[in-house]
Design a protein around this ligand. Sequence first.
Ligand code: GLN
Length: 471
Amino acid sequence: MIKKLHQKLISKEITAKELAENYLEKIEKQDKEIKAFISLNEKDLILEQARIVDEKINKGEEINLLEGIPFAVKDNILALGTRTTAGSKMLENYESGFEATVVEKLKKQGAILIGKTNLDEFGMGSSTENSAFFITKNPSDLGRVAGGSSGGSAAAVKSEMVPFTIGSDTGGSVRQPASFCGIVGFKPSYGTVSRYGLIALASSMDTICPLVNSVEDAEIVFKAIQGKDSMDATSQTLCEKDNSKLNIKNLRIGLPKEYFEKELDKEVKECIEEAIEKIKSQGIEVKEVNLPMAPYALPCYHIIMSAEASANLARLDGIRYGKDKDLRIENLQGLYFKNRGKNLGSEVKKRIIFGIYVLSSDNYDAYYKKALQIRKLIIEDFDKVFKQVDFLLTPTTPFSAFKIGEKANNSLAMSFSDLLTVGANLSGMPAISLPCVVKQNTLPIGLQLMGPYLSDYSLLNLAKFIQQIIN
Ligand code: GLN
């Protein structure tokens, strides 16, 4: 899609101004219903950027792939000149004085930021029902959720309101909405994309990711945003692998038994099994493997995520960050109580309380330390399995998009959305969700591929191949 748009621009089939206007029109028409965007940039500003690209094209200058291509980012990623709410009342009017490295990189390459997309408050949720503002609807069925927490980003791509978006994935927040909406969501290896300017949820797992229409687009955007950044000590540059020698037919794909034993919906199971048959029929070796620690991944994730979130969100004290700075309160503690009590949603409060509990001196060894030990065993599990196979294949989620309200009051049922995705966050490895279309007229279902840490380019190559044969 991005390449096609680029072709259209350089062949002057369309101008960058027309392209931007087309997308803005689609947003105007569709977003009243879908509600993917929290804020939009000013039209004049957008068109001025497009005009500069058109001028370059008209002068015969070369433009790069992303130049003139509109995009949007999840509203927990800072961009100059925009509000960044993180889906919270607490940051409703927050404007940062700097911007995220990913946004800066994309802008430098000429991509045009159109707006900011909806999410569950601070990325905590799987449906955008925890957004303080509104719920994003699934473009395939408006009575259903678009997934979360990057639900706005996924719905915006699916309904063609922008050609690509950027989201964040801490436990599955890009892959799950991509799967629910029927698009591609790619979580790169931890650290390959700078987290600078992302409002942190759980810093040891947070990953900034592209949500796109195809694996080719995922690769284009990944190349544009990855790399070492002096502002994020965990970041590193990943050199592009020469994949020309990668013989896809010689690859071995593992199906983790424990992932298929989980409560998978019938349609999901059938869809993935059909896809597996198609892959096998290409002569690729597909075999069952074991990840014995897999059942502990979700509880382990919840302890580590909540612990890190409770520390990260402590900065929302109403003084440095937060809303009612002028509340007339008699003491400092009163200010914290009022501010956090009034402006944070119940899911966020629950996780902060849980996080503080598992970090408290009485409980640290029993919960947080134990979870770190289990995380190590989970990583060892994956290391072992990648000695037997090259990649892993699973469904992205145990079920497809659920109805709005169906799981809103049941945190446990909601958290099962993340059952099959958190492993990649705990271990840091790359994972991608592809739309798996077997039957027509069914809700979208996602197929997940995971690869060893830093195997991103090979994983993308395999995903390109699989994308073709399963659709
Ligand atoms: N749904 C998960 C959660 O609520 C994932 C969140 C995320 O990846 N940001 O924790």
